[in-house]
Design a protein. Structure first.
Length: 333
């Protein structure tokens, strides 16, 4: 139990250290950095001392996960950043602009011209909501790895958070996330995200093949909140030849700085050029059905003929940044 808190402290450490060292008022001399490096190291020692001396013999691990995911290919390239891989499906759910306007808080504009410049033929009066169903694998910083977890939700890109009619942000108000993973759950709650601790199927992978399916490459994914009936999200996707939305659109939306309550922003940089994406597995266009129960929508909603991509990407994540610092930011892809 105690070691879980040290785990959390360790994961947050690089962020704390950098924030402190970079904060102008605190940039007095080298001693701050030295202090952080030293106390970070002592936390690591404490962490390993804990697991060495306080292992409860019959304790059942959080999850016994044997994921099929390929290893994190960039951990050694960015050793002092939080990195990992995100395997799963990202798809576009066209909803009416009217519904989008009802769901998205009224103080935030919707940058319709921004998504139309990427998707010129997107139907009039419609808005592209995003559904992501992902497995986070080998998330780590400073060689310190946390356990894998899964998460899913509906996200709203092209939000004019700064009211400049230009910089696109992605609003991710709610999320279903692996129950029992205290670090991930707390990490997301700190953004003001409405979190639903959930059970996932499959438990340790991004999706699973549907046996004997008539359609080629049919896979499913399902998440259900522990709180009965509070939230659920299930997907059923098959491979398709149709590429309705260009890859650039997915790159653009998945890389927009993300916020929930708007007090801080998450800069999740998904890289589309590493071996987990460009390797034999590649990027597969998919078409299918998404069923969602979330407080954002009334009742359970189902969308059919949803187009998306099944892929794995490496990522670098910069957490809890000022949203203002992304004024004019146009992504990193
Ligand atoms: C992504 O997950 C699927 C399902 O578990 C797996 O088959 C595939 O190999 C994974 N892709 C990579 C690149 O790890
Ligand atoms: C790695 O972290 C540092 C410090 O927070 C940051 O300045 C840098 O941009 C990050 N690297 C990437 C690739 O995001
Ligand atoms: C926002 O920018 C777009 C594209 O430059 C422009 O067409 C639109 O009129 C602007 N909206 C406002 C409210 O200024
Ligand atoms: C994402 O799309 C917006 C709107 O067209 C554009 O302003 C921005 O430069 C794009 N970003 C990238 C990295 O392509
Ligand atoms: C992948 O893209 C990132 C960001 O655009 C770049 O910094 C990096 O060098 C590229 N890596 C490879 C292996 O091409």
């Amino acid at each position: 139990m105690f070691s879980a808190y040290i785990d959390a402290a360790l994961l947050c450490y690089p962020v704390l250290a950098v924030v402190t060292v970079q904060h102008p008022k605190m940039r007095t001399n080298q001693s701050n950095l030295q202090y952080f490096v030293l106390s970070f190291l002592s936390l690591i020692v404490l962490r390993y001392a804990c697991s060495a001396y306080f292992v409860i013999p019959h304790q059942i691990p959080l999850t016994i996960c044997a994921s099929k995911d390929q290893p994190n290919p960039i951990a050694s390239i960015y050793p002092s950043n939080a990195t990992g891989t995100l395997n799963g499906t990202v798809a576009i759910i066209p909803i009416s602009l009217e519904l989008a306007r009802q769901i998205i808080p009224p103080q935030y504009g919707i940058l319709e011209h921004a998504y139309r410049s990427l998707l010129p033929s997107f139907p009039q009066g419609m808005y592209p909501a995003i559904v992501q169903a992902l497995h986070d694998h080998e998330v780590q910083a400073f060689g310190y790895k946390i356990e894998d977890f899964s998460r899913t939700g509906v996200e709203f890109p092209f939000i004019d958070l700064l009211n400049d009619n230009h910089s696109s942000f992605k609003w991710a108000p709610s999320m279903l996330m692996s129950s029992g993973h205290d670090i991930a759950l707390k990490g997301a709650m700190d953004y003001g995200t409405n979190i639903f601790p959930s059970v996932f199927e499959p438990g340790c992978d991004a999706y699973k093949a549907v046996p004997n399916s008539k359609r080629p490459g049919t896979t499913y994914f399902s998440a259900r909140s522990l709180e009965p009936g509070a939230a659920s999200l299930t997907t059923l996707f098959s491979s398709t030849q149709e590429e309705v939305f260009p890859l650039e659109f997915f790159k653009n939306t998945t890389n927009q700085p993300t916020f929930a309550d708007g007090k801080s922003c998450d800069n999740m940089i998904r890289l589309f050029n590493t071996s987990v994406t460009t390797g034999s597995f590649g990027i597969q266009p998919v078409k299918g059905t998404v069923r969602v129960k979330l407080p954002l929508f009334t009742g359970e909603r189902e969308w059919t003929n949803v187009y998306g991509l099944r892929l794995d990407t490496a990522f670098v994540e910069n957490n809890y940044l000022s949203c203002e610092s992304f004024r004019g930011y146009s992504g990193h892809v």
